[in-house]
Design a protein around this ligand. Structure first.
Ligand code: NAD
Ligand code: ZN
Length: 356
């Protein structure tokens, strides 16, 4: 299955299917002088050789394996990869392949975006979460002061999504990825959420169902980024659940909570804020029950509300000391609000108390 994404300057195909890692050559848009694969230490032993084999000598191949984990989205690793790319002899006609989850995609994409002012790159996502991160062209590394503070918009030339690779994902990562599918469902329309709310992640999900959810999620994202590639307005809807989510991630620590688990808690809070602010009723109970039955960690240990509010204020999206949040008027009707920090402090305190 194929979805074509239109960017302001170009377009690229997202191809989803089983065993695509064995057919990489078919999806290369042209002949490259060299191919440099960037992957991580968990993915390399599983899939790196399949990808190298599938290139089948069409171009000379080199690779770099970075340690698995968010800590690799760093200036140091970025610099090391640049050195590797130079040593491997990459030039402006070379290609970088990002083989892995969102961490590898963001990191390798940023290397590609800045190596000799930008060379082609291909995303080969291997996590559910990366249905989100591999589409839309945002690439970045982290700074100690915050996530994704160093980055740019740099679309890939192709996305090759081999769903077979998802079979080796640990349960924690399945949960993490599904949180972004849930997010896509809430900002889209209620029928998508109705489907997802029936899913039980603990029983193995069949591939057809999974592919449908991934396709739908990618379609929702594609529609939004095609209208607002550089995030001047509606692309911000994709940050539903992320204002608190990012704050939790950095406060709790990246190894302790996954991106999606943090976003799940962030979505619950965004529900509550929406309900209070607009005096409406959202399917909060349904969401929290779904999260609980799929074993999302919702009990967060003692974290000071103050610290979270400070982090939420520092979020890239916030303006003039207010906190920017994506809220819902109803399922499928997102909107952006600037909220004052005292209100958020009060409501967040109540929310955290309830979760205990
Ligand atoms: P990740 O890349 O760290 O992968 C999660 C874990 O799964 C890692 O330990 C990884 O080694 C392992 N793994 C990956 N594929 C596997 C497989 N097939 N089998 C077994 N293990 C596998 O994290 P992620 O959740 O994929 O992505 C999170 C990152 O994505 C964050 O850095 C976040 O900032 C970024 N992100 C970016 C965007 C964007 O638009 N660019 C959007 C959302 C998230
Ligand atoms: Zn996210």
């Amino acid at each position: 299955k194929k979805i074509t994404i239109q960017t302001s300057t170009n377009q690229y195909d997202v191809t989803i299917g089983e065993g695509l890692r064995h057919q990489v050559l078919e999806y290369l848009p042209k002949q490259y002088s060299r191919i440099f694969i960037i992957t991580d230490s968990n993915v390399a032993p599983l899939y790196l050789h399949d990808v190298i084999n599938s290139i089948n000598g069409a171009s000379p191949v080199d690779y770099a394996v970075v340690p698995a984990g968010e800590a690799s989205k760093s200036i140091q690793i970025y610099y090391d990869l640049m050195s590797d790319a130079i040593k491997a002899g990459l030039d402006r006609d070379s290609l970088i392949i990002a083989l892995g989850g969102g961490m590898v995609g963001d990191l390798a994409g940023f290397v590609a975006a800045t190596f000799m002012r930008g060379i082609d790159f291909i995303q080969m996502p291997t996590t559910i979460l990366a249905h989100d991160s591999s589409v839309g062209g945002k690439v970045a590394i982290n700074h100690d002061e915050g996530k994704n503070l160093i980055g740019c918009f740099y679309p890939p030339v192709a996305v090759i999504y081999d769903v077979e690779t998802l079979h080796t994902l640990p349960f924690k990562e399945i949960r993490s990825g599904y949180a972004e599918i849930v997010k896509h469902s809430f900002i889209h329309e209620s029928s998508f959420w109705s489907t997802i709310s029936q899913v039980n992640l603990i029983e193995a999900i069949n591939d057809t169902e999974l592919v449908n959810h991934l396709l739908k999620g990618i379609e929702v994202k594609a529609q939004i980024v095609e209208q607002d590639e550089y995030e001047s307005n509606i692309r911000q809807f994709l940050n539903f659940g992320h204002t608190l989510g990012h704050a939790l991630e950095s406060e709790i620590g990246y190894g302790e909570i996954t991106h999606g688990e943090a976003v799940a808690i962030g979505m619950l809070f965004a529900f509550q804020v929406s309900e209070k602010l607009y005096e409406i009723k959202l399917p909060y109970e349904q969401l929290i029950n779904w999260l609980k039955s799929n074993q999302y960690p919702l009990k967060i240990q003692e974290i000071a509300t103050d610290k979270l509010v400070t982090r939420m204020k520092r979020d890239k999206k916030s303006k003039s000391q207010k906190i920017t949040m994506v809220l819902l008027r109803e399922v499928g009707k997102p909107l952006i609000e600037q909220l004052d920090d005292q209100t958020i402090h009060l409501w967040l305190g109540e929310f955290l108390q309830e979760l205990k």
